[in-house]
Write a protein that binds this ligand. Structure first.
Ligand SMILES: [Zn+2]
Length: 196
């Protein structure tokens, strides 16, 4: 997909918002992604996931499962799993630690594609990589919708993002948006913002 078209879709659906936002880290940002807003449209979810799978097409015959960290990545993993016709599962926090629950299991025979909606620091995905590796499964890579890390090599496995843009964040004490008196917005719940 053409990057201009992707940006247009993110803006017109409201997934990409400009303003003055508080992140769960306590930092302020002028640009906020609420990826769920664009992924609620099956057409866009389907197209974005098809693009991720195009990048991983050499591995697509070998992938046996798609795994996401809850919550944002779940719909991405579900659609990737649907297109590949393989299992899709998610890890969630139990006592603060990412865990496979609900009967989800991986074995050394599994070949895994990891899915996420938005990656900023990559903390949750890195934790998921360690969890998947601890089962003996092989990881072909990480596919995400939006990469806000600024194109850093975050992981030891290949990563592909549909859209990439660096996250601009400000310390609350030195925030130019606060100085301009722009009202601060608390988008979504803390849980939904876990990785931003
Ligand atoms: Zn501010």
């Amino acid at each position: 997909m053409d990057k201009k078209e992707i940006l247009h879709i993110l803006e017109t659906t409201g997934a990409l918002q400009n303003g003055h936002f508080l992140l769960s880290s306590g930092l302020h940002t002028p640009m906020y992604f609420q990826c769920a807003v664009v992924l609620q449209y099956p057409e866009y979810l389907t197209r974005f996931c098809a693009e991720i799978l195009e990048y991983f097409q050499e591995d697509s015959d070998t992938i046996t499962a798609v795994v996401a960290p809850a919550i944002g990545g779940i719909v991405v993993a579900q659609e990737l799993g649907r297109q590949l016709n393989v299992r899709s599962m998610f890890a969630e926090r139990e006592n603060g630690k990412l865990t496979l629950r609900r009967g989800f299991t991986l074995s050394p025979e599994d070949v895994v594609l990891i899915a996420e909606d938005v990656i900023t620091t990559g903390g949750s995905v890195q934790e998921l990589i360690q969890l998947v590796e601890s089962t003996g499964a092989f990881i072909v890579g990480v596919g995400c919708i939006v990469d806000r890390s600024g194109g850093k090599n975050l992981f030891d496995v290949p990563m592909y993002s549909v859209y990439s843009t660096r996250a601009v964040t400000y310390n609350p004490e030195k925030c130019p948006l606060c100085d301009q008196g722009i009202p601060l917005v608390y988008p979504g719940s803390k849980e939904l913002l876990a990785d931003q």
